[in-house]
Design a protein around this ligand. Structure first.
Ligand SMILES: *Cc1c(COP(=O)(O)O)cnc(C)c1O
Length: 232
């Protein structure tokens, strides 16, 4: 066990919650309709413990081995773990076993492995399809024109529930420029959604652009630096 340290985490967490609530209000979103995922990659188990003590339950991790070590350290806490890193074939078994969500699903082969490897006792793994909406910061994600085929390949798989779309646009300056790729993701979602696959979740928005993402319909923002400070 690591000690719950750093009272700054609780302060920063409250500030981020306040930013989310303010953006919901400013953009006419339902109060409480935007969930906060605390991105804890390269942060200590102690920092996660501090955030949990302040009420945060959902945490996002990018690196499998690092995440598994922290999960073991924090096994006494009722946390919800989201894998937000790049999925690799040799990692799918442990991702399927240890996480509740994956955000970066961009490959039908990975989806098939996650489906097959999801342990039978667990609820379906929630998945967001990662879309490269416009000049993404990383090369991850499928281009919008490939989304229909990817969704068709993923949605019939047992053990996997496609709940929405995810994007990680290149950093942009100013709210208008930031909103553009988020709008594109929402419009793509609206085109792909159907009554039996409503794709309710839009995983978009980070520390520097969460307001723009909420303006365009984010249901989950992924926030690291603004909660935990700079990464090691
Ligand atoms: C690191 C990371 C974040 C958090 O970024 P911050 O700028 O620290 O808020 C969000 N999403 C993904 C996929 C990340 O890798």
């Amino acid at each position: 066990m690591t000690p719950a340290a750093d009272p700054a985490v609780a302060t920063h967490l409250a500030e981020v919650q306040q930013r989310i609530r303010a953006a919901e209000s400013r953009f006419g979103r339902e109060p409480g309709s935007v969930a906060l995922l605390a991105v804890s990659k390269r942060q200590s188990a102690g920092a996660i413990r501090a955030a949990q003590a302040a009420g945060q339950l959902a945490f996002g991790e990018n690196y499998l081995q690092e995440a598994l070590a922290k999960m073991a350290d924090l096994a006494d806490l009722p946390l919800e773990w989201h894998f937000i890193g790049e999925i690799q074939s040799n990692k799918t078994r442990q991702i399927a076993a240890h996480f509740r969500w994956v955000h970066g699903l961009a490959d039908a082969h990975h989806a098939e492995r996650l489906s097959r490897q999801r342990p039978p006792g667990l609820p379906p793994l929630k998945a967001c399809l990662q879309i490269n909406v416009s000049g993404e910061a990383t090369k991850n994600g499928v281009p919008p024109e490939a989304a229909t085929a990817l969704l068709a390949a993923c949605r019939q798989l047992p053990g996997l529930e496609v709940v929405g779309l995810m994007a990680m646009p290149a950093p942009a300056v100013g709210e208008a420029a930031q909103r553009q790729p988020f709008l594109a993701l929402r419009q793509l979602r609206d085109r792909l959604a159907s009554p039996d696959c409503p794709l309710r979740e839009l995983s978009m928005g980070m520390s520097d652009d969460l307001e723009a993402a909420i303006a365009e319909g984010a249901t989950l923002v992924r926030i690291g630096t603004a909660i935990f400070g700079a990464r090691a």
